[in-house]
Design a protein around this ligand. Structure first.
Ligand code: SAM
Length: 274
């Protein structure tokens, strides 16, 4: 087994946290065990050589490493309470108040796309025949190009569809053999995938009505989460919503978000005195 020296370990922890927010402080054994095959495959016998390679060839090699150390696991209709909230609260409100008939959503940390596509299906299902008058598009971003390549192909196994309503499986997918489903173009074409590191400054032309950032901040330490949540606040419209994972929280004393229900937060529509 190739071991990390203390210096190598401290260097890589600082580099990954500084650039990607991901906190690997307690993951020494995980790094050693999961990276063995990668180092051996490159004919390397120490971590310093590998880290030098990473620093030269940032985006490809680093995301391959982050893929090994974090999880891209996701599936359609994960944490359905959010899609019910979208259908039962946000969309009826948009219908009443949004004269422009456009809804902007961001899936931040989208992995292989199931979250963004589920939101599109929820909206297609809600609007039905009235859909033609509406412009709803989703920006889906991640640091993992590999996960987003899979998302763009739109091919999924049965495991990813296990929680999806049966009617949606028939309506929005073409079955391609026993265990493979192809997402229909009418859903696929509504999502724009882009590589975006959440640690970098945001620059968007228009603010969002809704941001999903679910099961992403689990890798970040508290100050990193607080800073990111404040950045999300700044790019939401007044009255816009933030959905986080059900195991995650927004600290009320460091954020301006209003608590709505577990894992759902709202940017107040009037400025709030604190
Ligand atoms: C477990 S997946 C979450 C997928 C989906 N949001 C869900 O809840 O099922 C976490 C994703 O966060 C991404 N991620 C981690 N750190 C990131 C960063 N600094 N910038 C952008 N994406 C990041 C990972 O690449 C991974 O695809």
């Amino acid at each position: 087994m190739i071991r990390l020296t203390d210096k190598e370990f401290n260097d890589i922890v600082a580099y990954i946290k500084g650039n990607y927010g991901i906190n690997l402080t307690n993951k020494r054994q995980l790094i050693e065990s999961r990276m063995q095959s990668v180092l051996l495959g490159k004919g390397m016998n120490n971590f310093s050589d590998y880290f030098n390679l990473i620093k030269q060839n940032k985006s490809d090699e680093i995301t391959a490493m982050l893929n090994k150390l974090t999880t891209n696991h996701t599936y359609f209709y994960r944490e359905p309470a959010h899609f019910n909230f979208l259908k039962n609260t946000i969309l009826p409100m948009q219908e009443k108040t949004n004269a422009r008939r456009d809804i902007r959503i961001w899936s931040a940390g989208c992995s292989s796309g199931e979250e963004a596509y589920t939101a599109i299906m929820t909206m297609m299902d809600y609007f039905g025949l009235k859909r033609a008058g509406w412009d709803f598009r989703i920006l889906a971003t991640d640091i993992s190009l590999k996960a987003m390549e899979a998302a763009k192909h739109g091919l999924y196994g049965t495991e990813s569809l296990k929680d999806i309503p049966k009617a949606w499986e028939q309506r929005y997918f073409n079955k391609q053999g026993e265990n493979l489903f192809e997402l229909k173009d009418e859903v696929r074409n509504q999502v724009l995938f882009k590589r975006l590191n959440l640690m970098e400054p945001f620059s968007f032309r228009q603010p969002f009505d809704l941001i999903f950032c679910r099961n992403v901040m689990i890798y970040f330490d508290q100050p990193t989460k607080n800073a990111l949540i404040n950045k999300f606040y700044d790019v939401l419209k007044p009255g816009g919503y933030l959905f986080i994972g059900h195991s995650e929280t927004v600290q009320r004393d460091t954020s301006k978000f209003l608590y709505v229900e577990p894992s759902v937060y709202q940017k107040g529509s009037v400025s709030i005195c604190r």
